[in-house]
Design a protein around this ligand. Structure first.
Ligand code: ZZB
Length: 262
C-alpha cells in the first residue's frame, strides 16, 4: 500500500505521557510528531482528532532529521528504517516507550485541518498490524471515524476522556458527493442506522459505499484545490503535504494470508 504519513506535531503531551517521559534527555528540545498513515491525503482538511489504540504499544523514534522524532508503533519504525526515514538504513533507534492510553488528551497540530489543534482519543479498531498504529480522524468522510466520534461524545467517562477534547470538534464539510452530500459519513451512518463503532458489518458496507462515491464522483469543497474532482486533487494535495514537510511517503507490503489445505 502506498500510504501518506501525516505528521501531527505534538503541541502538549497529556499529563500521563508527560509523567512517562519526565527526565528523558533524548526528547529534550526535539520536535515530536504523531505519524498517521492515510490513503486519503485529500481529506486532511477535515481532521478533527487523532486516534490511538488504548492497549497498543508505541515508541518515540529517531528519524532522518536530527531535530525530529516520530511517535508510532515499532513495526512502522522497522519498515521506515528501510525507506530512508531513520538515521541510517535498517537502524531503529527508540528513545521512549508509551502505551496508547497514556496518550489520550495529547494536543497535536493536524496539517491542513480547519481546527488549529486537535486531541488524541481512543478507538477500538486501531490495528497494530497496519500503517503506524496512529490514525488521523476525518468523521466527515470516514464512517469508522464518525461512529467512533459519536461513541466518544455519548460516553466520554466510559472512554476516560474529557468532553472538551471532542464535543466542539464538529465534522467539517470537505468533499461534495452526489449520493451522500457534503457530509458523506454522517449521512450514510444516519441512513444505515449505524450507532456505534461496534456495528462492524454495517460500517464495512458504509465505508465501501462512501469511498467509491467520494473517490470517483467527489469534488473538493475546501483549500487550494477547491472545485477540483477528488481524483485530480488527491495527488496534488499529497505532493503539497510532502513539499511542506507535513507528510512523508510510506509503503507497506500487502499483508499475505497464506492458507494451506491437506
Ligand atoms: C484518513 C481517512 C479519511 C481515511 C477518510 C479513510 C477515509 P483501508 O482502505 O481499509 O486500507 N487506518 C490507517 N491505519 C490504520 C490502523 N492501524 N488501524 C485502523 N485503521 C487505520 O483503510 C485505509 C484507512 O484506514 C486509512 O485512510 C486510515 O483512515 C485508516 F475519509 O485516513 B484513512 C471511506 C474511508 N474514508
Amino acid at each position: 500500500q502506498d500510504y501518506t504519513c501525516i505528521k501531527l506535531k505534538v503541541l502538549e503531551f497529556s499529563s500521563e505521557a508527560k509523567a512517562a517521559l519526565a527526565g528523558n534527555m533524548e526528547i529534550e528540545g526535539k520536535k515530536i510528531f504523531m505519524v498517521a498513515a492515510t490513503l486519503r491525503p485529500e481529506t486532511m482538511y477535515g481532521q478533527t482528532n487523532c486516534f490511538v489504540g488504548v492497549d497498543l504499544k508505541y515508541g518515540i523514534f529517531k528519524t532522518n532529521k536530527p531535530d525530529e522524532l516520530f511517535l508510532m508503533t515499532e513495526r512502522a519504525a522497522r519498515n521506515m528504517a528501510f525507506q530512508k526515514l531513520s538515521p541510517s538504513t535498517g537502524e531503529v533507534a527508540k528513545v521512549a516507550d508509551l502505551v496508547g492510553h497514556q496518550l489520550l488528551g495529547t494536543q497535536v497540530k493536524a496539517p491542513l485541518s480547519s481546527y488549529p489543534s486537535v486531541y488524541v482519543l481512543p478507538m477500538d479498531g486501531v490495528l497494530a498490524t497496519k500503517g503506524t498504529g496512529v490514525v488521523t480522524s476525518v468523521p466527515s468522510d470516514s464512517p469508522d471515524d464518525y461512529a467512533a466520534v459519536m461513541d466518544l461524545k455519548k460516553k466520554p467517562d466510559y472512554f476516560k476522556i474529557q468532553p472538551e477534547w471532542i464535543v466542539p470538534y464538529e465534522p467539517i464539510p470537505i468533499i461534495s458527493t452526489p449520493t451522500y452530500g457534503n457530509l458523506a459519513a454522517p449521512t450514510i451512518c444516519a441512513q444505515m442506522k449505524i450507532n456505534s463503532q461496534k456495528d462492524k458489518t454495517q460500517l464495512a458496507l458504509a465505508k465501501d459505499a462512501v469511498y467509491k462515491d467520494g473517490f470517483y464522483n467527489g469534488v473538493l469543497l475546501i483549500g487550494e484545490y477547491a472545485n477540483k474532482p477528488v481524483q485530480e486533487a488527491k495527488p496534488l494535495i499529497r505532493q503539497m503535504l510532502i513539499d511542506t514537510q507535513d507528510a512523508v511517503p510510506y509503503n507497506e507490503p500487502e499483508s499475505l494470508v497464506i492458507s494451506r489445505s491437506g
